[in-house]
Design a protein around this ligand. Structure first.
Ligand code: ZN
Length: 233
């Protein structure tokens, strides 16, 4: 009976797959919220009391805004575990005050141990950047991905298969954004101060649910191009 109820509630909440979206009302979310609170309290009556005392997440996640790539669900983690920043195509742009503020707070105040840039194959932002179509304001944001393409055009244009080329650009975009993280004064200062902090680049597969570690991890500015290195303050 309990399993049946759980199965039913999962099916009801799956609003965008196999259901008519016109049947969905936003107030359903509020109803499901109450249901989730009741289920959570049934398992642990102190759950919210404990979580409300503060956060101490060991991870900062920089991911895509795509609705299919939620940080907690795909890593099997819970509220309180991951500090999250998401934008279109998981970008680290050095003039983005939002990203920089999240990064600085996560590193300097929360003292996270890992920063993960997680892209995903089939990313609409990357696909749009590979096209010549105009999408509006977002074209200015996607320009950064076109720059990644230009930097790696020799490698990319040798890939005959279009799907494989798109997948590789998704990976290269993550790698470039990992480098962009390493270039920030926030990370460089943290490393200079002996803060044990690693940066990683991952790509999630929408088709399998598996995360591919691109093995581009850094825990110092050792390999950073000299022009990007700052002196100690
Ligand atoms: Zn995406």
């Amino acid at each position: 009976m309990e399993n049946q109820q759980k199965r039913q509630s999962r099916e009801t909440k799956n609003i965008s797959v196999g259901h008519d979206l016109h049947q969905f009302d936003y107030s359903d979310l509020l109803r499901w919220n109450k249901q989730w609170v009741a289920e959570t309290l049934a398992e642990d009556p102190d759950y919210f009391k404990k979580l409300s005392k503060g956060q101490n997440p060991p991870i900062l996640w920089i991911g895509c805004a795509d609705s299919r790539v939620p940080a907690n669900q795909i890593t099997g983690t819970n509220p309180g575990d991951i500090f999250v920043h998401r934008n279109i195509a998981n970008m680290v742009i050095h003039t983005d005050m939002n990203m920089l503020s999240v990064l600085d707070y996560a590193v300097s105040v929360l003292r996270v141990k890992h920063v993960i840039v997680c892209g995903h194959y089939g990313c609409g932002g990357v696909l749009a950047a590979m096209s010549h179509k105009q999408f509006g304001l977002i074209d200015n944001w996607l320009r950064h991905i076109k720059d990644v393409y230009r930097t790696h055009s020799d490698e990319l244009e040798k890939i005959a298969d279009e799907t494989e080329r798109r997948m590789r650009l998704v990976e290269l975009n993550v790698i470039e954004n990992v480098y962009n993280l390493c270039k920030t004064s926030t990370l460089q200062n943290a490393w200079k101060q002996g803060h044990e902090l690693s940066v990683h680049g991952w790509v999630y597969s929408l088709e399998t649910g598996i995360i591919n570690d691109l093995n581009v991890s850094f825990n110092s500015d050792e390999k950073l191009g000299s022009v990007f290195k700052f002196d100690a303050k």
